[in-house]
Structures are given as C-alpha cells and as structure tokens.
Design a protein around this ligand. Structure first.
Ligand SMILES: CC(=O)N[C@H]1[C@@H](OP(=O)(O)OP(=O)(O)OC[C@H]2O[C@@H](n3ccc(=O)[nH]c3=O)[C@H](O)[C@@H]2O)O[C@H](CO)[C@@H](O)[C@@H]1O[C@H](C)C(=O)N[C@@H](C)C(=O)N[C@H](CCC(=O)O)C(=O)O
Ligand SMILES: Nc1ncnc2c1ncn2[C@@H]1O[C@H](COP(=O)(O)OP(=O)(O)OP(=O)(O)O)[C@@H](O)[C@H]1O
Ligand SMILES: N[C@H](CCC[C@H](N)C(=O)O)C(=O)O
Ligand SMILES: [Mg+2]
Length: 486
C-alpha cells in the first residue's frame, strides 16, 4: 500500500522538513531493506548509529528518510524529516501507516520482571473462552486467534508491532494482550499506542546490562504508566515494593491487587499443592490448575483485568479454573522410578527463588530436589552468583550449566556463577557446561527414585545460542529422551 508522506506525518512534531512530500510504500529501519519507495528511519542504536547507513540507502534507491541530524551531503530530491527522536517518530508514523489499529482494539499491556508471558497467555485463553476473538503478543509466540506468528522479541519493534495489530484488527480481533518489556518502553516501540489497560506484575533485578542501574530499570517500567490516557485502567501489584510508585504519575484510573496488602482485588491462598491452587478470589472460592504463590498473583491480575474490561464475574471464575500453564512455565514431566522433571523459564534470581520455594512447599519429605541451571551470556552478569547461591540454598544438588552463552565463554560464565557458592554448599554443586550432558547426568545419576529435577532458564526455548548460531536444543525433548532411556 502506498501513502503520501504528508498524511503519515499528520500531527507529528518535526524539527524541519527538507524536500517535497513523496509516495511511501514501505517503512524500514534497517538499511539492508531500503529500496525505492521506502521511508528509512535512521536510529541511533546500542551498537551502531543508523545515520551512518544513509549513503547505502540512497544507493539502493530510497529517497525518503527520518533523521535526527540532516547529513552534510545527499543526492538531489531526497526528502528528509528531521525529528528529535527517530524511535518516537517511527512509532507514530507506523501507527498512521497501518491506520492506527490500537485505537480500535481493547489493547492491554503488562510490564514487570516476571509473569508477563504467563499472564498474557492466560488472558488470551481466558478471553477466548469468554467468546472473544483475541490476539497475543508474547515472548513465546504471537497469535491471531489460532494462527501462530513466530516471535523474535518479547515486544516487537514499532513497525512489526503496528503491522501485527493491523492484522489482528483485520482478522476480527477485539482484544489484544501484549507484553511490554522495559527495552520496548525505552526504545519507544510502544510509543503512541492507545492502551485500554496496563498491568504491573513485579520488579526485581534483571537487565542491568541494558539499564545500568535498578533505578533506571524502575523508571523504564514506570514510563509505560506515565504515558497512559485517562480512559485506560492502570492495575498494580501492591505487594511489590515498587507497585505504588508505578501509578504515582499516571492519568489512568488506578486499581490494585494483592495477597498481603489491602487492595481493590484480593486473593487468599487456601492450598498450594502439586495439583493446583485453592484460592479465595474476590470473595469466591476457586480451584486453579496453576501451581505456586507467584501464579496466585498472575491469577488475581488476570481476574481483575477481566472485571475491569467488563466481563461477568461468575463466567470469569469458571473459565479461570480451566486455564492451564503457559508453555515452558512450571511444566511437569513424569519419568520412570517416579522421577519427576519440572521445566521452567526462571532466568532471574527472583523467579528461581519463587520456583524453588514452590517445589519445596509442594514436595513430599522424601523427594530430593536437583536443580540444573545456567545464566545467559551477554546479559546482566551480576545475577550469575546470586542465581547459583539460590539454587544451592534451596536444592539438594545442583548442576551448573550453559544457557545461551551467546558470545561469551561458557566456562567463564560458570566461574562467575560458582563464585556464589559458599564453602558449605560446594559439595552439592557440580558443573557441566554441555546442557544436554548436564540434564542427562541430573536425571540418570543424581536423581534417585521419586526425586524432582528442576531444569530452569530456557522454558519454551528450542535453541542454544552459541556464538550467534542458534543450535536446535529443547529441554523438554532432552528430558523425554532421557526418561525413555532410563
Ligand atoms: C539491546 C536492544 O534492545 N537492541 C535492539 C535494538 O537494536 P540496537 O539498538 O542494538 O541496534 P544497532 O545494531 O545498534 O543498530 C542501530 C540501527 O542501525 C540499523 N542498521 C544496522 C546495521 C546495518 O547494516 N544497517 C542498519 O541500518 C539497525 O537496523 C538499527 O536501526 O533495536 C533492534 C530493532 O528493533 C532490536 O532487534 C534489538 O534487539 C536485540 C536483537 C535484542 O537482543 N534485544 C533484547 C535485549 C530485547 O529487546 N529484549 C526484550 C525483552 C527483555 C525482557 O526479558 O524483558 C524484548 O522486548 O525482546
Ligand atoms: N508473577 C510472578 N512473580 C514472580 N515470578 C514469576 C511470576 N510468574 C512467573 N514467574 C516465574 O518467572 C518465570 C518467567 O515467567 P514469564 O515467562 O511469565 O515472565 P516474563 O515476564 O514474560 O519474562 P521475560 O521478561 O523473559 O519475557 C516463570 O517461569 C516462573 O518461574
Ligand atoms: N528476555 C530474556 C530472556 C532470557 C532467557 C535466558 N534463557 C537467556 O537466554 O538468558 C533476555 O533476553 O534476557
Ligand atoms: Mg515474557
């Protein structure tokens, strides 16, 4: 589809325009995709500055660009829009280009360190069960009803995001549930979207490689709420220390949920066992198939969201009890000799502690816990010793292993994890950098009859990223192969 650039920039602040308006038939921010008819956005990134590729985009026939600085020289006839922030302009233009799809959808976003994928997946399934056509935007996958569109990021870039929302709208969706990562807020991937509601789950240490300090990580998440309109609802977890701060400056209607603190939506945990949670939720008793206190928080958040979106309480409670866990989140697998494996995406200290505490709470006395865990390369290194400490503290035995070493040396990552192991815990920890070998060792050698093996960190992932190459790897596949060989 081709549109005049004047309509794309309607009500967008520009510093200056150089050149005449043109027909635009393609938007891109990667020079390698630029061609005749493209509007290229030059973005200053974390690795390189997109402005340095302007000569390349001109050579490829592109004659329209959005820049923060107009270059000294350019071929004749090139149209420039100079803006203060290319990321912001890109999000606004993308929304205009695709007909502002978010304004016609009930779009709900969730931010927080943990629980985003779980909550949006549950919301997507809940609203489908309540009879709505739904879209899902998540780390694991994007979905338009039952059609799967593979996900590359937790929150897609502004171009893909608006294209996806337009596709959802064209497919008849009325409700869309999406994850909002802190990276997405900072890089303005969600800028200008019209949210009907926003949820905060929790915040604990993660991503300090990108945000540098915990304060700026908090500010990034808060930025999502600060930008909401009066018409939206903002729902926060008051049991989290930063829950109240998130809503401090929002114009949206404020609501809260919690288990400990008094809140608009409250739950009490009556029982937390291997078969699920018994909850008193907003005054009603329900049984849920999800396990663990952290899932009680996810369940209240999605219940509250459904009520705030106008759903009927009785119907919501019935549908809630039928929901199953999201892929790779506390997935139980059963093997011979009553050995059990749990695959979970815990890749932060808080998530690992929650999952291990949950296993401690639901296991029987004779069941030992063996944890297989690693930490990602080229990501926050500070969490490595902490995760190892927690693994050792809550497990009977630990195998430290690799989790997407990316461009780092796996052995050096393991050295940093091992630094968190106290002398007293040393005897229960071994390290095997090959993840397959680590899982097989844990199941076949370390686990005795009836024991529980937690395989943490990769959940739904089907690859191991080594030196930029994604090798096929699936924790669940390795576990089921190992179980079938025991
Ligand atoms: C750190 C980070 O967030 N990086 C994202 C960012 O890339 P960047 O700023 O590093 O880009 P860059 O490589 O410096 O390039 C700058 C500009 O030059 C352009 N370029 C570059 C090379 C070239 O030849 N030509 C060209 O035009 C690039 O397209 C870009 O526009 O913008 C890119 C385009 O949107 C993203 O793909 C990229 O995600 C990388 C791959 C990534 O790994 N991101 C992770 C950390 C991430 O975003 N994670 C969050 C979830 C976090 C959570 O768990 O909560 C997510 O939402 O997925
Ligand atoms: N509400 C919660 N509070 C704390 N921990 C949670 C919560 N929900 C899930 N977890 C734990 O965190 C892990 C990751 O959960 P989930 O994938 O839902 O989070 P996420 O926020 O989407 O993560 P990411 O930032 O990687 O996209 C789960 O596997 C579980 O161990
Ligand atoms: N969204 C997170 C996921 C981490 C998952 C873990 N398996 C890893 O690769 O570190 C990130 O990109 O940091
Ligand atoms: Mg996620």
């Amino acid at each position: 589809m081709s549109q005049d650039s004047s309509s794309l920039f309607k009500s967008i602040d520009i510093v200056q325009q150089v050149g005449e308006h043109q027909e635009i038939s393609h938007l891109c921010f990667d020079s390698r995709q630029a061609k005749a008819g493209s509007l290229f956005f030059a973005i200053p990134g974390t690795q390189v500055d997109g402005h340095q590729f302007l000569p390349q985009v001109f050579a490829q026939g592109c004659t329209a660009c959005v820049v923060e600085r107009i270059p000294d020289s350019a071929p004749e006839g090139v149209l420039f829009f100079q803006v203060k922030d290319s990321n912001e302009a890109m999000a606004q233009v993308a929304s205009n280009y695709y007909g502002n799809p978010s304004t016609q959808l009930n779009l709900v976003g969730i931010t927080g360190t943990n629980g985003k994928t779980t909550s949006v997946t549950l919301l997507f399934e809940l609203f489908k069960a309540l009879g709505h056509r739904c879209g899902l935007i998540s780390t694991v996958q994007n979905k338009i009803e039952d059609r799967v569109i593979p996900a590359t990021h937790t929150t897609p870039d502004a171009l893909n995001l608006n294209a996806l929302l337009a596709d959802m709208l064209a497919s008849g969706c009325t409700h869309v549930f999406m994850e909002v990562s802190s990276h997405a807020v900072v890089q303005k991937r969600i800028f200008g979207l019209s949210f009907r509601g926003a949820i905060f789950s929790n915040i604990t240490r993660d991503h300090l490689d990108f945000h540098e300090t915990f304060d700026s990580y908090i500010k990034a998440k808060k930025g999502f709420f600060d930008a909401l309109p009066k018409t939206a609802f903002a729902l926060t977890n008051l049991d989290d220390k930063r829950g109240a701060v998130m809503l401090q400056n929002t114009k949206a209607q404020k609501y809260s949920y919690g288990i400990l603190e008094s809140a608009d939506f409250k739950a009490k945990i009556k029982a937390n066992v291997l078969s699920g949670l018994q909850l008193e939720l907003d005054g009603n008793e329900i049984h849920a198939q999800l396990i663990g206190q952290f899932n009680a928080y996810n369940l209240i958040a999605i219940y509250a969201t459904a009520i705030l979106l106008g759903e009927e309480k009785g119907e919501v409670l019935i549908a809630l009890s039928a929901l199953k866990t999201a892929p790779g989140r506390f997935e139980q697998m059963h093997g011979p000799e009553n050995k059990m494996a749990i695959v979970d995406y815990a890749h932060t200290p808080d998530a690992l502690e929650n999952v291990l505490k949950t296993i401690q709470a639901i296991r029987q006395k004779h069941q030992r816990i063996i944890t297989v865990v690693g930490c990602g390369g080229n990501r926050d290194a500070g969490k490595r010793p902490i995760m190892a400490t927690l693994a050792a503290q809550y497990s009977d035995q630990v195998v430290l292993t690799s989790d997407n070493p990316r461009f780092e040396d796996p052995e050096l990552i393991l050295d940093q994890m091992q630094a968190g192991i106290s002398a007293a815990d040393e005897s229960k920890v071994i390290r095997i950098s090959d993840r397959k070998h680590a899982i097989v060792e844990a199941i076949q050698q370390l686990a005795k009859s009836g024991d529980i093996v937690l395989v943490a960190g990769k959940g739904h992932e089907t690859y191991q990223d080594i030196q930029g190459v994604k090798h096929d790897f699936d924790d669940k596949q390795v576990i089921s192969d190992t179980f079938s060989k025991v």
